[in-house]
Design a protein around this ligand. Structure first.
Ligand code: N01
Length: 537
């Protein structure tokens, strides 16, 4: 039987690029199939104005090659999308990865051939590929969600989605722009769109907790100081809960170190906290992550900062995040977000009070008004962590379909293996830290683990590996157990971590919240026990 590769990696984002490098270094034949016309994954698709990472760039980068670390120059504390896309392209060139990457070759279906223990990949180009192993580097936030309001097809202007932003420039200068969505993408795009729009209308359903990023150019001295201790820094990252060592000046990363409880605080202490920490005053207390009353008090401090920043009291009131606890959703970092609402040509439509009814040829009609638009920007998020996998027809053993198997929520062993889907490894999947830990750091560890597993299988002549049902169930229970009692799973929390943004998606907490070191310790234990919980044949 002719194989096109030993391993097919689906996706050429950070995970796919690294998987290609390490698996090829092991002497395996690797083929990467990528939907986009360029490499970079998230950093290829999300090229909207203002797109920027919110992890310090010196940390949001790979540590496997000390020479690469020393050679690459970052220009800002938090790198912009173009800079990260350049970095990932540099990796593709530096390690000669492109010769094994097929661009514009999205995988539409995958079928496990039980007679030969191989996977067959169908692609949108009509080509078919066969390999022994599949590595799903499909990303955690890569399946865009697009709402469907009545009349959307009739809009005569341009509709652009932040997560599918075109490579050619979008005409925005002097336009009447509307943007729907105030998560990380919307909050980043809004101040930038305001700089060029004739008028910007922000359609907001849920107000965001967002903090000033305090981004700034990275001085040569600061960069040299970090480069001088890069090994130490990486060790700190690998040992950190979120894969982040905190090389930034942003107060948001200052985790409370003492036992400062907001429930025991005086009014004066809370006022002092606002004076000293501004928007981050709500983040310095030790009891807000576990106590809803403490959390509500902290939210008050955030509200106070919004009221102080936004001049129009009615607009400020609409911008106050309400109805869900602080820390239940992914924190957002911004650059002048709230201040943008003080500009005369920026207006806010509070969709809770004035919902969208329809899109027409010339704009958006809400219950109480009609807003004329030339451009409509959708910053409406993703079918997170599972969408990229369930949108592919993944057919495993006995003809089962992954989309059907996961109808009640995803089930994985260590986020990597799935019962019924032999020889398939998921990268940063549901049940792994995934979106909760810095990607390059986590990818090095997790893909490193997967590649060692593949080495073991090849060396021992195993042709089939599959997660065991009991092991998968036990892991699933553990993932749920550690999330229980945290703000992530509070009853009032409706986040994409829980799939709550997608109609019909079961409410299941998707990532593993036990921290990267605990996760890797368990993975390494499994490996040390001869890959306990996997059935090898
Ligand atoms: O998506 P989101 P995102 N009508 O789901 C609204 C990462 N990221 O792309 O909350 C009206 O957070 C929705 O409203 P609601 C990061 O992990 C990182 O912004 O559902 N509104 C919400 O306001 C982040 O968490 C970076 O009520 C609708 C928004 O759209 C993740 O990606 C930058 C609607 C979606 O927010 C996702 O962020 C960007 C509807 N029908 C992204 N449907 C950085 O590193 C949805 N919304 C900085």
């Amino acid at each position: 039987m002719l194989l096109d590769a030993d391993v097919v990696v689906v996706g050429a984002g950070m995970c796919g690029l690294y998987a290609l490098k390490v698996l090829r270094d092991q002497g395996l034949r690797v083929l990467v199939l990528e939907k986009g016309s360029g490499v970079g994954g998230t950093w290829f698709w999300n090229r909207y104005p203002g797109a920027r990472c919110d992890i310090p760039s010196m940390e949001y980068s790979f540590g496997f090659d000390p020479e690469l670390e020393q050679d690459w120059e970052w220009t800002e504390h938090f790198a912009s999308q173009p800079e990260i896309e350049r970095y990932l392209n540099h990796l593709a060139d530096r390690y000669d990865l492109r010769r094994d990457i097929r661009l514009s070759t999205g995988v539409t279906a995958m079928t496990f051939d039980e007679d030969t223990d191989t996977w067959v990949f169908d692609t949108e180009t009509g080509e078919q590929f066969r390999a022994r192993f599949a590595v799903m580097a499909t990303g955690g936030l890569s399946a865009p969600y697009r709402p469907a309001w009545p009349g959307m097809d009739t809009f005569a202007g341009r509709i652009v989605q932040t997560s599918l932003w075109p490579e050619e420039p979008v005409e925005l200068e002097g336009k009447r722009i509307g943007i729907v969505g105030t998560g990380s993408s919307g909050v980043q795009a809004i101040p930038e769109l305001a700089k060029v729009a004739d008028h910007l209308t922000v359609f907001q359903r849920t107000a965001a907790f967002t903090w000033p990023s305090q981004n700034q150019p990275l001085s040569d001295d600061a960069q040299a100081a970090i480069k001088a201790r890069y090994r130490e820094l990486r060790a700190e990252q690998y040992a950190s809960f979120t894969g982040t060592a905190g090389t930034t000046g942003a107060v948001i990363f200052a985790v409370p170190t003492d036992d400062r409880r907001i429930l025991d605080s005086t009014h004066e202490e809370r006022v002092d906290a606002i004076e000293e920490h501004g928007f981050s005053a709500c983040r310095i207390w030790s009891d807000t992550a576990t106590d809803l009353d403490a959390n509500a008090m902290a939210v008050e401090l955030f509200h106070e900062m919004v009221r102080r920043t936004v001049k129009d009291p009615e607009v400020a009131d609409s911008l106050l995040p309400r109805g869900y606890p602080l820390g239940c959703k992914r924190p957002v970092l911004d650059a002048g977000y709230f201040e943008t609402f003080n500009l005369d040509h920026v207006s806010l439509v509070d969709l809770r009070k004035d919902p969208i009814q329809e899109v027409t040829a010339t704009g958006i009609r809400t219950e109480h008004q009609f807003i004329e638009l030339d451009v409509l920007v959708l910053a409406t998020g993703f079918d997170a962590m599972t969408g990229a996998l369930t949108r592919i027809d993944v057919r495993g053993r006995d003809g089962r379909l992954l989309r059907d198997d996961w109808v009640g929520g995803p089930r994985t062993y260590l986020g990597i293996g799935i019962v019924g889907y032999p020889n398939m490894f998921v990268c940063v999947g549901p049940g792994s830290p995934g979106v909760l830990a810095t990607y390059p750091t986590q990818i090095e560890l997790q893909v490193g683990w997967i590649s060692e597993f593949v080495r073991y299988l090849v060396e021992h002549d195993y042709t089939r590996v599959e997660a065991d049902l009991a092991a998968q169930d036990t892991w699933g229970e553990h993932v749920n157990e550690v999330a229980r009692g945290t703000m992530f799973t509070a009853e009032s929390c409706n986040s994409w971590y829980l799939g709550a943004n997608i109609e019909g998606k079961p409410r299941v907490f998707l990532p593993y919240v036990g921290g990267l070191p605990n996760y890797m310790a368990r993975c390494n234990e499994v490996a040390a026990q001869g890959y306990e919980g996997f059935v090898l044949s």
